[in-house]
Ligand binder design. Structure first.
Ligand SMILES: [Zn+2]
Length: 409
């Protein structure tokens, strides 16, 4: 019978460091006893696994609900030899319960059937007494012995096989999923529900980043979302309604972040994190804030695209007006009035559009306040030249004279 052991299983990514440390510590002790080390191989395979539930609140209804906790797990392998001490291999742990025994064996080892019924007997001290656990060991000749947990060190000369066994046990199955024996640092929450809630919170209160929140001494949006998620709503007026629009916005933002290309994320830590979170579909307590910001990052991206689209439309549709030197009469809307000072004195810049959306600028020397922003006028003006500004055709005019004030229309 070979005592070579190879086992694989799923292990929480956030806790891989702990496992690596545990195995390194075991290997250092094993080396002093002349035992072969365990080798841990972490593969690229990842899976998000639901592991439990936590009591929380439904931001939509204001009623208690439970949120699913996930762990992102990596597929890992442990390769090594079950350690042999004083001629004995560690085979299994027997958990003695009131009704029956539960057997947890090292991978590739089988436990003789009689141990399913065995009393908490110890072959070392030759007693039966109340014990929660006993251990089964085997020698090269296939002889089995049962030893109490307090005698295992005396019997084997060392308790290190227990450490090896625990690593194998952790790998052998996903027992840890049920037993909740891993610390909350590994817990993750479903991104979808959090994004829905974030969209609703932004809808109602606007977005406040952590930096802004600190400056204004107010609550950051991600903290508001967290409060809705974990704590009962205190005031009726502070509740949010997650609408279908919020859900659509959340879905679009999630899809956008998950589909970010390498070209977009290279050299940008923030977008790289955003994509990783979106693709994983969960956030941890630490990445909660970045997760929530997916909504606002997407909103900014949509606005940027819209501006670019409008700019390119204006490039295509804006035409020059009249002929250079021509005096024309037209209806215009004033979009901007801005005083500028230079070495030649004060100039007032006016930006205007006509009824077809064609752009005009008028640099009037001195201070002018006879055109108001957003209002329409019938004016007479002279075409000074045909120019372009940011690739958009723009007509420069001067000697502008208001014929009629038409109001905001
Ligand atoms: Zn004993």
């Amino acid at each position: 019978m070979s005592n070579e052991t190879k086992t694989d299983g799923w292990f929480p990514v956030n806790l891989l460091d702990n496992l690596q440390e545990k195995i390194a510590r075991l290997n250092r002790r094993a080396a002093r006893l002349g035992l072969e080390p365990l080798e841990l191989i972490v593969t690229d395979e990842r899976e998000v696994m639901p592991v439990g539930e936590i009591q929380g609140w439904d931001g939509n209804t204001g009623l208690p609900c439970s949120h699913t906790i996930f762990h992102t797990c990596a597929r890992v392998q442990v390769i090594g030899k079950a350690p042999k001490l004083h001629g004995w291999f560690f085979v299994a742990r027997i958990e003695h319960t009131d009704n029956t025994n539960l057997l947890y064996s090292v991978p590739n080892e089988t436990v003789p059937d009689e141990y399913w019924q065995a009393e908490a007997w110890c072959d070392h001290c030759q007693t039966t007494r109340r014990r929660n656990d006993t251990f089964v060991v085997r020698n090269e000749e296939g002889e089995y012995k049962q030893v109490g947990s307090s005698c295992i060190k005396d019997f084997l000369g060392h308790d290190i096989p227990l450490g090896f066994w625990r690593v194998f046990r952790d790998m052998a199955d996903t027992d840890w999923l049920d037993k909740n024996c891993y610390p909350p640092t590994a817990r993750e929450f479903g991104l979808e529900g959090i994004l829905n809630l974030t969209a609703a919170v932004i809808h109602k209160f606007g977005w406040r980043s952590r930096q802004t929140a600190e400056l204004e001494c107010k609550e950051a949006t991600s903290d508001t979302v967290s409060n809705y998620y974990f704590h009962p709503p205190t005031k009726e007026q502070n509740r949010v309604q997650v609408t279908d629009t919020d859900k659509e916005q959340a879905k679009a933002a999630h899809q956008w972040a998950a589909a970010l290309t390498d070209e977009q994320t290279t050299g940008n830590n923030y977008l790289t994190n955003l994509r990783a979170i979106a693709q994983n579909g969960t956030v941890t307590d630490r990445s909660w804030g970045i997760g929530c910001s997916i909504i606002i990052a997407h909103k900014h991206e949509v606005e940027r695209r819209l501006r670019a689209k409008l700019a390119s439309q204006r490039q295509a549709t804006c035409e020059w007006i009249g002929e250079v030197g021509q005096r024309i009469e037209m209806k215009v809307q004033c979009l901007l009035v801005k005083e500028m000072e230079s070495q030649f004195g004060v100039t007032t810049l006016h930006k205007m559009v006509d009824e077809d959306g064609n752009e005009m600028v008028w640099f009037a020397s001195g201070t002018h306040n006879n055109l108001n922003t957003n209002e329409w006028y019938k004016v007479k003006a002279t075409v000074k030249n045909h120019d372009t500004f940011r690739d958009v055709r723009q007509t420069k005019i001067n000697r502008v004279k208001v014929v009629e004030e038409l109001g905001a229309v």
